[in-house]
Ligand binder design. Structure first.
Ligand SMILES: [Fe+2]
Length: 318
């Protein structure tokens, strides 16, 4: 049996050579130079591998600058800016700089679920990586659903949740400095967004059912806050069980791409004052679809979004 046939490797996606990183989620794609010039076939294989492995890792992508990162991201769909956090000048990048208020994503979440059409894919590039600490952990929300007992599946199938960017920021964090709270209040929640999503949604490509929860959930529709908190904890604990996760130890110039429709993630805040800077390209997604075919709904959003404002600026300066 050759190395490529080993169960540790997945070679079912064209020329991609993917080594599995954990039992139920995560694959490292070896020897691929990410670029906007990749063939349509390779992009198709990456999309398919992403749906299977949920998060793909790539080492040694030092050639990617902000422009190339965005151009590569655009091969997966329309790229979008964060709805409230300003992007670095002239870009739609989302930057996490640990030295600034909003730079530490140390709470379990799926990206931007406070809008109805939340992102389908996130592409994160390690620009400055600390010497130790700062790993990111992803959880497989489809596997979490699959492993639920049928009684809990039936309960979850019927629930809808209200997601908001105005959530309880300090609730699950061990240490929240004043600077971070201020950033959350003044920047992250500068405009309030709320969306209603089914707690169980059907993946548009694989048809798998997955739990859609994370820290933006405020409460469940029709339940009190106390009841919501108890049921949320029960289901969320299923998502973040260790055997359902993969932990990535970043090196400088790594890239991680995740299927935001079937994962949650958590950036471990254990690197103290060391610099850490990562930048994300985010790809527009569709509203979630419940097991009985209903789509996510907007409850509230401001008139002009950050993304629309950036589009205007780009159009004016083009
Ligand atoms: Fe995130």
């Amino acid at each position: 049996m050759s190395d490529n046939d080993s169960p540790a490797f997945d070679t079912t996606f064209g020329d991609l050579r993917i080594s599995r990183v954990a039992g139920h989620i995560g694959g490292e794609v070896q020897n691929l130079r990410l670029s906007a010039d990749l063939s349509a076939e390779t992009i198709e294989h990456l999309n398919a591998a992403l749906v299977r492995h949920k998060v793909l890792f790539f080492r040694d992508q030092a050639h990617l600058d902000d422009r190339e990162h965005q151009a590569f991201g655009a091969r997966f769909g329309r790229t979008v800016a964060h709805p409230t956090v300003p992007a670095p000048e002239g870009t739609k990048l989302f930057e996490l700089d640990a030295s600034k208020g909003g730079g530490r994503a140390d709470s379990w979440h799926t990206d931007v679920t406070f809008v109805d059409a939340f992102p389908k894919i996130s592409i994160l590039r390690g620009v400055t990586i600390p010497a130790y600490g700062g790993d990111t952990v992803w959880a497989n929300t489809a596997h979490a659903y699959e492993r639920l007992p049928s009684q809990l599946k039936q309960l979850a199938d019927q629930l809808w949740a209200i997601h908001s960017n105005d959530y309880d920021y300090g609730a699950d964090r061990v240490l929240v400095e004043e600077q971070r709270l201020r950033h959350h209040r003044d920047v992250f929640v500068s405009a309030v967004f709320e969306a209603e999503h089914p707690v169980v949604h059907v993946h548009p490509v694989s048809g798998e059912r997955a739990l859609l929860l994370g820290h933006f959930v405020k409460k469940f529709v029709g339940l009190s806050s106390t009841e919501s908190a108890r049921i949320f904890e029960l289901l969320q604990n299923r998502v973040i069980r260790l055997e359902n996760t993969v932990r990535w130890n970043w090196r400088q110039d790594d890239v991680a791409i995740w299927d935001n429709r079937s994962t949650q993630h958590f950036a471990i805040n254990d690197y103290g004052d060391q610099p850490r800077l990562v930048r994300r390209v985010t790809v527009h997604g569709e509203p979630a679809v419940s097991v009985d075919g209903q789509r996510s709904k907007t409850r509230s959003r401001p008139e002009a979004t950050n993304d629309a404002r950036i589009d205007e600026v780009i159009a004016r300066t083009a």
